[in-house]
Design a protein around this ligand. Structure first.
Ligand code: ADP
Length: 279
């Protein structure tokens, strides 16, 4: 299936962002990420919670793909199933056509290097400077010291933090911490960036500049971004397509403009209404 890569104004991305041409071939695209009938159950017996019920999704290379839904809909579980931080009980996860669902050990570690992750509460190591937070994944990957420091400085400069490389997390603002989080997520040159509620802990101004950075990363690096958020304005600001999750199921998937202007399901209508009230 070919999904047209349209941005929010309906412009074909290939025309608008010439620099990402190598990621957006003219031939039909293969999804960079595909989930097939993913099921996730937590707990046992009376405490059992079915967080995901047969979730199937396709994300195309170069997309910013949003996942929205009410609290408890299964959004965080879904994003964590992509890099197998959570193991689905059934279904398959494909990265660039390769079934990674049962990867373990070395193959899992290698697969995870292709997938960077940004967290709501930054998850920085408090006893390491910004620079050494960014070098951390490269240390694990065995990148030589000089090379990882060079690259970490380059990444910190890319996210606008070149002068804060030697600061500790406690000496950085929320927005700066999230930028370090992004630089760290990019350290191993991932093909997909997962963002779990990346702006929930940021104030409106910081959110705006963080979203501008995400868009810039998507355009300049052609990086695919999958983002979970409960903030509708965030989806409207940056995502090309969005999936609406409702009680562990995909209720609706489509271009952001379509889902927000003409929602087809009750679950989507509820969220869109909430966005209109919050606007
Ligand atoms: P969302 O991110 O949309 O708020 P979650 O994926 O966090 O939803 O949660 C989906 C459902 O799974 C919720 O009912 C939640 O309570 C449950 N859940 C999530 N994580 C766990 C866990 N580690 N153990 C048990 N239940 C969990």
């Amino acid at each position: 299936m070919t999904v047209p890569l349209l941005d929010r104004e309906g412009v074909f991305l290939l025309q608008k962002h010439q620099r990402t041409v190598h990621h957006l071939d003219l031939v039909p695209q293969r999804p960079i990420l595909k989930l097939e009938n993913v099921e996730k159950i937590y707990g046992r017996g009376a405490n059992q919670v079915q967080a995901l019920r047969g979730v199937s999704l396709e994300v195309m290379p170069g997309e910013i793909f949003g996942i929205i839904g009410l609290s408890g809909a299964g959004k965080s579980t879904l994003i964590r199933c992509i890099n197998l931080l959570e193991r689905p009980q059934a279904g398959r996860v494909y990265i660039d056509g390769v079934d990674v669902t049962s990867y373990k050990g070395k193959s899992l570690r290698q697969m995870r290097r292709q997938i960077g992750m940004v967290f709501q509460h930054f998850n920085l190591l408090t006893n390491r400077t910004a620079l050494r937070n960014v070098t951390f994944p490269m240390e694990i990957a065995g990148v030589p010291r000089a090379e990882r420091e060079r690259r970490a400085l380059e990444l910190l400069s890319f996210v606008g933090l070149q002068d804060k490389a030697h600061r500790y997390p406690a000496e950085l603002s929320g927005g700066e911490k999230q930028r370090v989080g992004i630089a760290r997520a990019l350290a191993c040159e991932p093909r997909i960036l997962l963002c779990d509620e990346p702006t929930s802990a940021l104030d409106p101004e910081t959110t705006k500049s963080f979203l501008a950075l995400l868009k810039d990363i998507n355009r300049r690096l052609g990086l695919t971004i999958v983002m979970v958020t409960h903030q509708m304005h965030v989806v409207q600001a940056v995502c090309h397509r969005v999936a609406v999750l409702d009680k562990g199921q995909v209720a609706e998937v489509g271009p952001v403009t379509k889902v927000f202007s003409d929602p087809e399901t009750e679950a989507a209508r509820r969220l869109v209404k909430e966005a209109a009230v919050g606007a």
